[in-house]
Design a protein around this ligand. Sequence first.
Ligand SMILES: Nc1nc2c(ncn2[C@@H]2O[C@H](COP(=O)(O)OP(=O)(O)O)[C@@H](O)[C@H]2O)c(=O)[nH]1
Ligand SMILES: [Mg+2]
Length: 264
Amino acid sequence: MAVVNYATKSLALKVVYYGPGLSGKTTNLRYIYFKLDPAYRGDLVCLETDSERTYFFDLLPIKAGMIGEFKVHFQLMTVPGQVFYEASRKSVLKGADGIVFVADSQIPLLDANLENFDGLRRNCLQQDIDLNAIPLVFQYNKRDLNYLIPVETFNNLLNPQRRPFVEAVAINGVGVFETLREISKLTVPAVREKVFGEKRREEAAPEGLSERDIVDLQEAEPSAKAAAPGEVDQVQMTKVKIGSVKDIEDELEKLSRAYGDKSK
Ligand SMILES: Nc1nc2c(ncn2[C@@H]2O[C@H](COP(=O)(O)OP(=O)(O)O)[C@@H](O)[C@H]2O)c(=O)[nH]1
Ligand SMILES: [Mg+2]
């Protein structure tokens, strides 16, 4: 559920990039960070524990516009892919307002995608998230490679409801902003309804975050040119140490509030 801060009039929407390990989740966040005007985004943060079992999460706050008088920002985050991080995957999903499922299009990874999606289904159940109702967008990534799972196969197996899906080459930025736009288009009205539903109906207040704001997100890209090879991989990340899986939720909320407080 979106974090509402009435004191600073800010609203943080949480969008989780989910998917099997190495499907390209971090690459998506790095590209968005790389292309977005710094005025629109916070630091790209990587959360990790001190122990030998390191948990990697990436977190990127971006400014998106207004809902009524509330400043909206998205908190984009990834989940760690490896099987033994199930607990932290669950924890990152808690309170999600939207989910991007980043699938790896390589044929040998079909089962890995399907198993990971089953895991998402299970984790959503445990977090009281209705996967059939929550804003969800599929990104079929790595379309630059050979031996690809056909989009139709992906849709039949993962996406029978025909949620929005985007073919992507995240490493070159292809489809990255389109995915972000699709998930924001679904998430903003859902949150507006949940948080302000009652109030808005009686007030007939001006439209919240508009299509234009979301389009601006794309136009903040300095140019249409793709990133040079390796450029996105070199994006610097701020590392933040966390004590345990239990601290993850607190840390995410803290970082989100801090960004909401300083963003204008
Ligand atoms: N060929 C290709 N490689 C990609 C693409 N997107 C990501 N990668 C590479 O896949 C690897 C894993 O990506 P990463 O974003 O770290 O995956 P994550 O585990 O989902 O966060 C990295 O070496 C990326 O450079 C893509 O669209 N095409
Ligand atoms: Mg990653």
